[in-house]
Design a protein around this ligand. Structure first.
Ligand SMILES: O=c1ccn([C@@H]2O[C@H](COP(=O)(O)O)[C@@H](O)[C@H]2O)c(=O)[nH]1
Length: 232
């Protein structure tokens, strides 16, 4: 990918007014921006459009998971906002993902369509409680296969699964990895984590980082330090 930073800052803020002070200090070369459920629910599509208009690559992280018709229409609505990437839960199944793919067919520059595999907050025990008694890596692989045959551009996974996915799907299959934690930052609710430098060394295309930047005493300095560490 030709963009300057692989970092996508997760704008997990309660509303637009809380997010803007940081956004105003950023520029599109420093990072992409991820809008998730909290901010989208309060700030809505207008906020997303504003970020797009300011030239940011926007990852709309709403993890759609519904019947095929509903997901297809939601994905189209996301594409109409001009976002760079949108995602659906791969566990929604092949017909759901194919419907999402088809829904983007007539966009000249569709957003990347990405399937969420196993959330980076989950362990084998968490999976087992949902009735899936396998290691996260195995479930990630299974869902990534389904995403690939459904025509998706890549998956959300943890950096720990990157090597096995690259070996099977090649480097054009986009890997998006949250659970990125610079050394010394708090793990919080994340479980399958890796540092930005280790993730970059694996050739992962998109590194999603939220709290280690947004909750830092100086978010700009935190982002700059990570970007700098990735250019060394
Ligand atoms: O498996 C997943 C999928 C999405 N996320 C999202 O990424 C960010 C991570 O934020 P941090 O503060 O760096 O933990 C957050 O918006 C999640 O909703 C994820 O963490 N894991």
């Amino acid at each position: 990918m030709k963009h300057k930073s692989q970092i996508f800052v997760a704008l997990d803020f309660p509303d637009a007014a809380s997010a803007w002070p940081l956004v105003r200090r950023l520029n599109p070369d420093m990072c992409g921006l991820k809008v998730g459920k909290e901010l989208f629910t309060s700030a809505g599509p207008e906020f997303v459009k504003r970020l797009v208009d300011e030239g940011f690559r926007v990852f709309l992280d709403l993890k759609f998971h519904d019947i095929p018709n509903t997901v297809a229409k939601a994905v189209r609505a996301a594409a109409e906002l001009g976002v760079w990437m949108v995602n659906v839960h791969a566990s929604g199944g092949r017909r759901m993902m194919e419907a999402a793919r088809t829904a983007l067919a007539d966009f000249p520059e569709p957003p990347l369509l990405i399937g969420v595999t196993v959330l980076t907050s989950m362990t084998a025990d968490d999976l087992a409680e949902t009735g899936i008694a396998v290691e996260p890596a195995d479930q990630v692989q299974r869902l990534a296969r389904l995403a690939a045959v459904s025509g998706l551009d890549g998956v959300v996974c943890s950096a720990w699964e990157a090597e096995q996915l690259q070996a099977e799907f090649g480097r054009d299959f986009v890997l998006v990895t949250p659970g990125i934690r610079p050394l010394g930052s708090e793990q919080g609710d994340q479980r399958r984590i890796m540092t930005p430098e280790q993730a970059q060394a694996l050739g992962i295309q998109v590194l999603v980082i939220g709290r280690p930047i947004t909750q830092a005493n100086d978010p700009m300095a935190a982002l700059q330090a990570i970007n700098h560490s990735l250019t060394l």
